[in-house]
Design a protein around this ligand. Structure first.
Ligand code: URA
Length: 252
């Protein structure tokens, strides 16, 4: 059971204060009857609520795709810099979404924002093997030996990176990097390890979900149900690197 005003707010339509006014003014019906008490308790599983003649659907969670521009920190607030939730349209204020994982302030691209804690936990847990794909421009050309270095996993002070994939593009200063984790500066630190620094970084894919390139930098839109499933749909990202043999890879 849930309060009527909370139910409507959960549909993301209006602010709670506006909703109270609309209910008081007789714009809302519950199972066909006009109701003016915002605190009326209703069963969210069976009730039929309409506002101004339009059916209102309750939902608890929202999932947003942001094409993060450089210059924004991946946080709900910051004292010194713009932060990503400033880019989320007001209609989602009620849900208090937060970024899932972090992109550095100068990193661009695919960032998911949600208020679903279990989803966020699963997505950031390395055990789930959700690989994240980044486009990077390097200070020096990548070489074939670098591919094996990524593939072997890398030891860092606070963690061991799982086998990662390095794909060298036509211009060898440009690469795709696939990592299973998302530790602090991970891609930059892995590239530093092979003697190249990252000059530009953009996340383009999480699991099988690609950044919608029609979303301009700073643009936000909801993920479809289909896209949500794609986040956890793991691909065999190493399938084209079968020629590199190492017992570390056998589980992949
Ligand atoms: N790795 C980095 O170094 N930076 C990011 O923003 C994401 C991954």
């Amino acid at each position: 059971m849930i309060r009527l005003d909370k139910y409507i707010a959960h549909s993301g339509i209006e602010s709670r204060r506006e909703i109270k006014k609309l209910i008081r003014s007789g714009f809302v019906t519950v199972n066909g009857e006009t109701v003016t008490d915002s605190g009326m308790r209703i069963d969210e599983d069976t009730v039929r609520v309409c506002m101004d003649g339009q059916r209102v659907y309750y939902r608890q969670y929202v999932y947003l795709m942001l094409n993060k521009p450089a210059g924004y920190v991946s946080a709900r607030e910051d004292r010194h810099y713009p932060f990503v939730t400033e880019l989320v349209p007001e209609e989602y204020d009620y849900y208090k979404v937060y970024p899932v994982g972090r992109l550095d302030i100068n990193t661009e691209g695919l960032l998911i924002l949600t208020n679903d804690g279990a989803f966020a936990h699963n997505l950031t847990s390395p055990d789930k093997n959700v690989y994240k794909k980044y486009f990077a421009r390097l200070s020096r050309p990548a070489e074939d030996a670098d591919i094996a270095a990524f593939r072997a996993g890398m030891e860092f002070k606070e963690f061991t990176a799982k086998p990662a994939k390095l794909e060298i593009l036509a211009d060898p200063r440009e690469v795709y990097v696939y990592i299973a984790e998302g530790k602090f500066h991970q891609v930059k630190r892995m590239c530093d390890r092979i003697g190249k620094s990252v000059e530009y970084l953009k996340r383009v894919k999480i699991g099988s979900l690609e950044l919608d390139e029609s979303l301009e930098p700073g643009g936000v839109r909801e993920l479809t149900d289909e896209e949500l499933k794609m986040v956890f749909a793991c691909e065999d990202i190493f399938s084209d690197q079968k020629n590199i043999r190492d017992e570390n890879f056998s589980g992949l």
